[in-house]
Write a protein that binds this ligand. Structure first.
Ligand code: ASP
Length: 315
């Protein structure tokens, strides 16, 4: 049987053991594991990489712990505006949405854009109209409300500050035992096909329709059967400027670097040089997984058919 692999992340940032309670640590590990197993089960049954990563992301979007779907952060206007993207490494087809509201699983909508529209990237009201037309599940505002997200936003809403979900300069105290993150998944299936996906609420207190790297193909999300699949998390502006996900693929394709080497160049050299805090997960066409970050921690994991399995939070 050909090797298959699934890698996931639940966000990167100031994730340190001292700030965690044992209960919260356990909740994160469980949340990651549940999502990882959901995707892995699809691969095990011979399912596609696309269906595997969707199963993983939907599980994470439904989990209040992560900054995606239900747990999305508040914008400056006090609402949730979510971004998501998915890419098929076999065909280079991709679908992405930004600034969508009340969509239960933005990754379902991104997939719908990929499969059933003539477009790649839909935004705001148009994307929401498309969701309604395609019968994508919507939820009322209350579904997305949580007191901790509200408090997190309230602490900075009157300022011009916006913050990465788990890097809380002035929010350190408030967020002591509440850290959450953007989510991503990458898989190689039994047919040798790679797919990658990312879903997020973006950054707390974002305004002016700010869009991060997550839904931008090539920046936060990329997949190509020739090289690898990548999903990023971190300070999106820098990941866009570095064209981070695509750069990993380019370093592999044009320079012959391994997945691990290419990710290290992008995360530790190129992103660091412009102050880009965060990390990324990747899977290559041989089924190797890599989890690389320059922040204090990254919720992450992978599972492969050779018996490899990791769930980790800290450095
Ligand atoms: N990369 C995301 C963004 O900039 C944030 C994150 O990864 O938590 O929107």
């Amino acid at each position: 049987m050909p090797k298959f692999t699934l890698a996931i992340h639940g966000g990167a940032g100031t994730i340190v053991k001292e700030d965690m309670t044992p209960e919260l640590e356990e909740a994160y590990q469980q949340g990651l594991q549940e999502a990882m197993y959901a995707g892995y089960a699809v691969l095990e049954k011979g399912g596609s990489a696309i269906n595997a990563i969707k199963a993983t992301i939907v599980t994470l979007e439904d989990n209040m712990l992560f900054n995606a779907g239900r747990g999305a952060v508040f914008t400056k206007r006090g609402v949730q505006e979510m971004d998501a993207a998915i890419m098929n490494g076999k065909t280079l087809e991709a679908g992405a949405v930004t600034g969508v509201r009340n969509v239960r699983n933005p990754i379902e909508l991104a997939t719908e854009v990929m499969l059933n529209s003539n477009h790649v990237f839909l935004s705001g009201k148009g994307a929401n109209d498309f969701a309604i037309k395609q019968g994508i599940k919507l939820e009322p505002d209350e579904y997305f409300f949580s007191q901790f997200r509200y408090d997190q936003w309230k602490a900075i809403r009157d300022s011009d500050t916006y913050s990465l979900d788990h890097t809380h300069q002035r929010l350190e105290e408030l967020m002591r035992d509440k850290k959450f993150g953007t989510v991503g998944a990458v898989a190689l299936d039994q047919n040798g096909n790679i797919a990658a996906a990312t879903s997020t609420g973006g950054m707390t207190n974002k305004k002016y329709g700010r869009i991060g790297d997550s839904p931008v193909i090539g920046a936060g999300t990329y997949a190509n059967n020739k090289t690898c699949g990548i999903s990023c998390t971190g300070h999106g502006e820098m990941f866009i400027r570095a064209v981070a996900a695509y750069d990993v693929s380019c370093l592999m394709e044009y320079k012959g670097l391994s997945l691990q080497q290419a990710m290290e160049v992008v995360v530790h050299e190129k992103l660091m040089a412009i102050g880009g805090e965060g990390g990324m997960i990747g899977v290559d066409k041989e089924g190797n997984a890599a989890l690389v970050f320059n922040s204090q921690g990254m919720y992450r994991g992978f599972k492969d058919s050779d018996g490899g399995e990791v769930i980790a939070l800290y450095k």
